[in-house]
Ligand binder design. Structure first.
Ligand SMILES: [Zn+2]
Length: 461
């Protein structure tokens, strides 16, 4: 069987991936809090770990991989949005307004991630459907001495778990020094974090042994991954910004509640995304959502391609120039592969690159070297590119440019003799003005209709 090697954040090593059960490879990715549109940075883990999902399906079989990505649909930001709508006079109870907001946001999320060519996970649990599982897990932690109830809150006792900090390689005391830990009168120790908090009448709440309240964020992933993947599963993935405290807290909760299991065996973290060399921020005016880019006419497939050109473990920079280059490449590949059935399998060098710690940049470099269009299509699809349903944007405009390409090649040959290149330049300029991309090399002349292609401007050339 093909060996996949992955950089495990927990050991800081590239390791051979050996699943617990090859008949059911299990992976969890922390999903979105559904209060607003996903921004470009939110989409990076979805796209890079979608490639991992595809690779696992390729190696172990499509029916032998379970991929879970949650929706956090209970959160103070969601509550605040719903409360603001209610105060603005929106009809319905607060619960109904919260539900409407999360439904709407989940719909947007699906539409946007579908546009990026991300396969839907096997399961997409919503936190509010697992409140019972969270309450029993918290009760279990209290009983085992890893958590305590105080003033309607339940807190995790961080110092009861000696392994705390192992994922990020920091000691508890270092973390206290470096983190903005909230000091609260109901905490035994500033590092202790909330498992359950009280809800007043204005907030969504569920009855619990500690009164009416709602769960903390971290317990959601522990409860949902346990319910759907078991006490031990293979891969837990997420953005590097979640490593501490979110993932440390998930590990502490899960390993203390289920000491019989190992929780996640391989931890994968993607690095952050910048825009034109700067951190994305609303104040810099370079903050955008996936939808903003799609609305500007940048196809989801192009966004995906740009993401995959950088290894997930490195910071990536979104630039307009990269998007333009990606668009030209995809347009060329789509023209080459038009109407061609994919080969039965992807090129070995593409598979090898992906198996080497998900080297998507190497896989794309390998795609550039593939001459056979059928193999190109099959290989690109392993990365979720050149999929049949995603190519409408690149549908070649109705144009046969072969005569013009021959004419330009002919003019060039003559110009070599006469040393008068003016006719070549004139035709080239006219083509560019009509939105045609002109590529001239020793091998020949290639004409590609670009996004602004206008056939009318070719008349008379
Ligand atoms: Zn999580």
């Amino acid at each position: 069987m093909t060996e996949i090697r992955l950089t495990n954040t927990r050991t800081r090593k590239k390791e051979a991936f050996v699943p617990i059960d090859p008949a059911n490879v299990r992976m969890y990715l922390c999903g979105p809090t559904v209060y607003d549109r996903a921004h470009l940075g939110n989409a990076r883990p979805v796209v890079v770990f979608d490639v991992l999902f595809r690779l696992l399906r390729h190696v172990y079989g499509p029916d032998h991989v379970t991929y879970v990505r949650n929706f956090t649909d209970v959160d103070d930001k969601i509550n605040a949005t719903a409360l603001a709508r209610k105060e603005a006079g929106a009809p319905g109870t607060l619960e109904e307004l919260i539900r409407a907001r999360t439904e709407e946001t989940i719909g947007w999320y699906h539409a946007d991630m579908d546009a990026l060519g991300a396969l839907r996970p096997t399961q997409e649990p919503r936190a509010t459907d697992y409140i019972g599982a969270m309450i029993s897990m918290i009760a279990d932690l209290v009983e085992k001495g890893h958590a305590y109830a105080r003033d309607g809150h339940v807190l995790f006792r961080v110092r009861s778990y000696t392994e705390y900090g192992a994922l990020s390689g920091r000691s508890v005391d270092d973390m206290i020094a470096g983190a903005r830990v909230e000091v609260a009168p109901f905490k035994e120790d500033p590092m202790d974090f909330v498992l359950w908090k009280p809800s007043d009448a204005d907030l969504p709440g569920w009855d619990s042994p500690w009164g009416r309240g709602r769960p903390g964020w971290h317990i959601e992933c522990s409860a949902m991954s346990h319910a759907l993947l078991g006490a031990s599963f293979d891969i837990h993935a997420g953005g590097i910004d979640l490593q501490f405290p979110h993932h440390e807290n998930e590990i502490a909760q899960s390993c203390c509640a289920h000491p019989e299991g190992q929780f996640a065996r391989y931890w994968l973290h993607n690095e952050m995304l910048q825009v034109e060399g700067k951190k994305m921020s609303k104040s810099l005016g370079n903050f955008f959502t996936v939808r903003d880019l799609l609305d500007r006419g940048i196809p989801g497939e192009v966004i995906r391609f740009v993401f995959l050109q950088t290894h997930y473990g490195k910071p990536m920079d979104w630039t307009a120039e990269k998007a333009a280059q990606a668009e030209a490449t995809l347009r060329k590949w789509r023209a080459l592969g038009a109407g061609i059935d994919p080969a039965p399998s992807a090129a070995p060098e593409v598979i090898a690159a992906l198996c080497d710690d998900l080297n998507t940049a190497g896989a794309i470099a390998a795609l550039h070297r593939i001459a056979d269009p059928a193999v190109l299509v099959a290989s690109a699809r392993l990365l979720g590119l050149l999929e049949a349903g995603m190519g409408d944007w690149a549908a070649a405009p109705e144009a046969d440019l072969s005569d013009l390409a021959a004419k330009l090649a002919d003019l060039r040959v003559k110009a070599m003799d006469t040393k008068d290149f003016a006719p070549v330049d004139a035709l080239k300029s006219a083509l560019v003005a009509a939105g045609v991309e002109v590529r001239m090399s020793k091998a020949g002349v290639e004409l590609l209709p670009g996004p602004n292609f206008d056939a009318a401007k070719l008349e008379g050339l």
